[in-house]
Design a protein around this ligand. Structure first.
Ligand SMILES: Cc1cc2nc3c(=O)[nH]c(=O)nc-3n(C[C@H](O)[C@H](O)[C@H](O)COP(=O)(O)OP(=O)(O)OC[C@H]3O[C@@H](n4cnc5c(N)ncnc54)[C@H](O)[C@@H]3O)c2cc1C
Length: 426
């Protein structure tokens, strides 16, 4: 059987890899000149680092098992993340989404005595308090109070997920936490019960997340599959035994068809097959990456990164990752690699980025210390689909006989995308 996979992001690569392994004759078509999609890369000061996704969630095990299958060595991140406030830097609570797992966590130092007292009340409240919460915000407010919500959890929600805690369903962001609250009687104890102490929540293949893209492409080719870049698919129609896929002047017959492209393209391609749906929303992610020579930073790093505790007029970025501290393989040629994330409406200048990095890190970075700098914009980050909508769409695609995969449908994030892509061979 021959199969055509449209889209060479991670979803398409995982799907093509699975189909090759299942013995199919596979052609993958990618519109751009590079594979990987949002698992992008950039070379700064002679070192290539991730410019999009940098790690997969360990939960569920699909990321690690795929890396291991492809012979990649994986590592968890080094260094602890911190929260930056205009008057100081505090470690992020070691728990779940900034909710502490212990009353001795140094992160609680950011709270006023009254806020700390309110948080401690958690141990005395009835276990029913908060037990019918549906969002992270509700639960933390009811159990730990407004201070803990604003100072411990909201910065993590905004900095990592670009969401307010009240928009984060517990079922997706902290599964098992309500059950643990019922079992233990307090939220802090529940967090301690659900997290595995010392275990990293994320990992990446050594050398960067993009190594997985290269390893998948190599495995597809080694298995006899063909990968064509700069081959945007422009139209689809039904053929005598399956589908006909149009790219440029060429058309390919496909007995099996996998669409692993963004939602907007999928909607356009599916329309002639009689499938219509409203294209879900997207958001933009903007990053500025810098490589710098800074002995001060190499000698006294501030953990793996910083999230802004409270928006501050003096700082435009919302988070900083000290990439070469978090992933030490990237510390090459005596340089440090820094990644700044910006709110979606802000396009940072290089001057902004250097000033933000200096302020965040508490060390003056001079222009002459910067060996590489690049701003990257990802314009089509999927927003979350309601599970009922995703299920409805899967039904439509399945009736049309087309496999549709990718972050917009399976859930934005490497682990969900790998699980979705691998499902095409089942
Ligand atoms: C800045 C950033 C940071 C992230 N960080 C993380 C992280 O740390 N951990 C995590 O788990 N997730 C992270 N993510 C999310 C993760 O990167 C995505 O969920 C995942 O990479 C999506 O893969 P995909 O294959 O579904 O989509 P995409 O990567 O968008 O791939 C779609 C592919 O389809 C191609 N295409 C488009 N049109 C056509 C056409 N006409 N014909 C053929 N091909 C076409 C595109 O060029 C692209 O290569 C991050 C995302 C971004 C942007």
């Amino acid at each position: 059987m021959n199969a055509v996979v449209v889209g060479g992001g991670l979803a398409g690569l995982v799907a093509a890899h699975r189909l090759v392994k299942a013995g199919m004759q596979v052609t993958l078509l990618e519109a751009s000149g590079v594979l990987g999609g949002m698992v992008g890369r950039v070379t700064l000061g002679g070192v290539t680092v991730d410019s999009g996704a940098e790690a997969y969630a360990v939960r569920g095990g699909v990321g690690r098992s795929l890396c291991e299958e492809l012979g990649l060595t994986v590592h968890g991140p080094a260094g602890q993340p911190h929260l930056w406030w205009p008057d100081g830097v505090w470690p992020m609570a070691e728990g779940v989404l900034g909710i502490p797992a212990s009353l001795d966590d140094p992160a609680l130092g950011v709270l006023t005595p009254a806020e700390l007292e309110r948080l401690r009340l958690d141990a005395e409240l009835d276990r029913a308090v908060g037990s019918d919460s549906t969002t992270v915000g509700d639960l933390v407010r009811l159990r730990l109070g407004d201070g803990a919500l604003a100072k411990l959890v909201t910065p993590v929600a905004r900095g990592v997920y670009s969401l307010e805690p009240d928009r984060m369903p517990l079922a997706s962001f902290a599964p098992g936490l309500l059950q643990a609250l019922g079992d233990t009687g307090s939220l802090v104890a529940a967090v301690a019960a659900v997290r595995r102490p010392g275990a990293a929540a994320v990992e990446q293949p050594e050398g960067g997340m993009f190594r997985l893209v290269d390893a998948l492409a190599d495995a597809i080719r080694a298995g006899g599959g063909s990968i064509v870049t700069t081959a945007p698919v422009t139209a689809l129609r039904r053929g005598t035994s399956g589908f006909v896929v149009q790219t440029g002047e060429s058309s390919l017959a496909a007995e099996k068809l996998v669409l692993a492209a963004p939602a907007s393209l999928t909607a356009g391609l599916m329309e002639p097959l009689g499938v219509q749906f409203a294209v879900p929303g997207v958001k933009t992610a903007r990053l500025t990456m810098l490589s710098i020579r800074s002995e001060a930073l190499a000698d006294a790093p501030i953990g793996s990164g910083l999230l802004v505790g409270r928006p501050d007029p003096e700082i435009k970025a919302k988070a900083l990752t000290h990439y070469s501290e978090k992933w030490p393989w990237a510390r090459v040629n005596g340089q440090e690699v820094i990644r700044l994330s910006y709110p979606e409406q802000l396009i940072p200048s290089l001057v902004d980025a250097i000033a933000d990095a200096s302020r965040f890190l508490g060390t003056e970075i001079a222009d002459r210390d910067v060996t590489g700098i690049e701003t990257v914009g990802w314009e089509a980050m999927p927003t979350r689909l309601e599970p009922s909508t995703a299920q409805h769409l899967r039904g439509l695609f399945s009736e049309a006989g087309v496999d549709v995969v990718g972050g917009w449908l399976d859930g934005n994030g490497i682990a969900s995308v790998i699980a979705g892509g691998a499902g095409v061979a089942s």
